[in-house]
Design a binder for this molecule. Structure first.
Ligand SMILES: *Cc1c(COP(=O)(O)O)cnc(C)c1O
Length: 315
């Protein structure tokens, strides 16, 4: 079968190609199938033309050369850790990391003999204090999950480069619209495509993009070794979602700013955590690095009394 773009049926959309085993031209071709990696086709687990089309699309949004999609954002966060860290390495993680990933670091990586350390989610000048001689990989998330602090990303990148340390960033909040990590020198940009890239709450997916071909090969290898396959049907849904990503993102950011200001004036609200709001303590870093507001915020109430909290949600 010819690939879809050479097909006489010139659809505007990417066709859904479902496959596990594929046919090889010769025994030699089959025996040497690993030479087709990282982006050729060998077996459904490492992708079909549909997932490959999505990977190309996400890589281009990230302004990167390569991308691997995984079955969830969480899987996409764990893949770089599995690809790059070995016993005795130190992994430096943002204290504001997405909860399940933090859990993975503490409960799983630590058991594999990898040292896991945390730096404050709003770390600025003191970042170097957290780097050790065996630090191999640094995780960044901006803003932090739930608490929404911004770290000084540029300072982290500078420290990482000085020490020859790889960097990965969970870029789900900015979703390539407000920030593109690879353009700033981060090695791996991770998106929970379940959120803004997919855009309709009907699928789970994650992506890891990079400009480094050696890293890309390792990430494809992890996908193969752990069996982290992505359904072509879901890849087609994300391809559809991407058409409206920019429009959705900007409309949602506008609404979120209105909601943030409304919450800020609310008598029961103590603090609104939204770095795109002028009163946020990390507004300067958000303004320096990001080109748009995002659509996730959090807030704390003045009273921690549960019944008052319930009243607040009812009103
Ligand atoms: C949701 C989310 C993830 C995980 O994505 P899943 O697809 O749900 O596994 C990771 N990071 C951030 C910031 C998220 O919001």
């Amino acid at each position: 079968m010819r690939p879809f773009h050479e097909s006489p049926f010139q659809s505007l959309t990417v066709p859904i190609t479902r496959a596990s085993t594929i046919v090889f031209d010769s025994l030699d071709d089959f025996v040497n199938r690993s030479t087709r990696q990282p982006d050729g086709f060998t077996y459904g687990v490492t992708g079909t033309p549909t997932t490959r089309a999505l990977e190309r699309e996400i890589a281009s949004l990230e302004n990167g050369a390569h991308c691997v999609v995984y079955p969830s954002g969480q899987a996409a966060l764990t893949a770089p850790a599995l690809a790059l860290l070995r016993r005795g390495d130190h992994f430096l993680v943002s204290d504001g990391a997405y909860g399940p990933f933090r859990d993975f670091c503490v409960r799983w990586l630590a058991q594999l003999g990898i040292e896991v350390g945390f730096y404050p989610a709003n770390c600025r000048g003191t970042f170097r204090d957290y780097v050790r001689p065996n630090t191999r990989l640094i995780h960044i998330e901006a803003p932090a999950s739930l608490t929404m602090e911004m770290p000084d990303i540029a300072a982290i990148i500078q420290a990482a480069r000085a020490g020859g340390i790889r960097t990965m960033m969970d870029n789900t909040w900015a979703s390539t619209v407000a920030y593109r990590p690879l353009e700033h020198g981060i090695d791996l940009s991770i998106e929970a495509a379940s959120k803004l890239l997919g855009g309709h709450s009907d699928l789970l997916m994650g992506s890891v993009s990079t400009n480094d071909f050696e890293l890309h090969k390792k990430l494809r290898d992890v996908q193969n070794a752990v069996g982290l396959s992505v359904s072509p049907d879901e890849a087609a849904l994300v391809l559809r979602g991407l058409h409206t990503l920019d429009l959705r993102y900007k409309a949602q950011a506008k609404s979120t700013l209105v909601i943030a200001e409304w919450l800020d004036d609310h008598p029961m609200v103590e603090n609104v955590h939204y770095p795109a709001m002028r009163s946020h303590q990390d507004f300067d870093l958000w303004q320096r690095d990001f080109t748009s507001a995002g659509c996730v915020l959090s807030f704390s109430t003045k009273h921690s009394n549960l019944s008052q909290y319930k009243d607040f949600l009812r009103n």
